[in-house]
Design a protein around this ligand. Sequence first.
Ligand SMILES: [Zn+2]
Length: 292
Amino acid sequence: MKFELYNSATISAPRALIGAGRGWSPVSLKVRWAFLDHGALGPTVVDTGYGPTTYPSALAAYSVENGGGVPARSLALRVYANLFRARLRPQGQIDTVLANKGLVAEDIQRVIVTHLHVDHISELRRFSRARILTSQRGLNATRHAGWRGPLTHGTFTELLPADLDDRLEAAESLPAIVLPDGLGVGWSLLPNLVSLVPLDGHAAGQIGIYLHSERYLYAVDAHFMLSALNGQTQGAKPGKSGSKVVLAGLPRRIADDIGAAEVTLERLSAFQQAGGRVGLCHDPGNDPFDVG
Ligand SMILES: [Zn+2]
């Protein structure tokens, strides 16, 4: 089985804002996505990172004017893109990575969408043949958010494929599995190899990827920085939910459910203490599964 993380873009964020300590010195966050491959699954990607749909290059803009493939963005998505000012990394873009493997987007059998924030679904519409595996609850919440979605949740339904419901696989419909090391109940994707783990709080229905043999959990956006996660999970103050950890900074401000996010962090803390390893989408350091 193959699990590889790629970095699609970087975002510069002030340290204090992302719960990474004091001061306003910038931290360069990554925007990862993953390539997962196994005979029983076929080529699969986990999220899409940022790409030209959210950050069109001059060339892509030219191709739009000439009837090319990159659709126009709504005003809200343009405002969002200007706010975060992500810098795309050509070598970490899905097309480039797949091409290096002799693949194109149409070869991808399944896209696992951990949650519906822009930096996870920017390029989702390009996978026209893939099944889309995500939380039904998260999808329902996004659809019901209406105009408030872009404003308060960073979710943009314009990035979802028009035929999503025909290709949807609900994570909740997979067989339930009790996971080791305090992770609780998840859903089995490949028995005893890969499971999905509910990580509520940051976004409705967020799911992580657990690799059994590696005792590794890709916990996506449960926090932005591993150091902040470790620092906060070592604190002893009770959080909103009565849990021992407290979510602070931007991660707290944008959380869909602060209490649920703190419970998730507490589970991650228990998992780490039991010897499990955690990876995050945006952590600036090196993840053991980083490839490019
Ligand atoms: Zn997110």
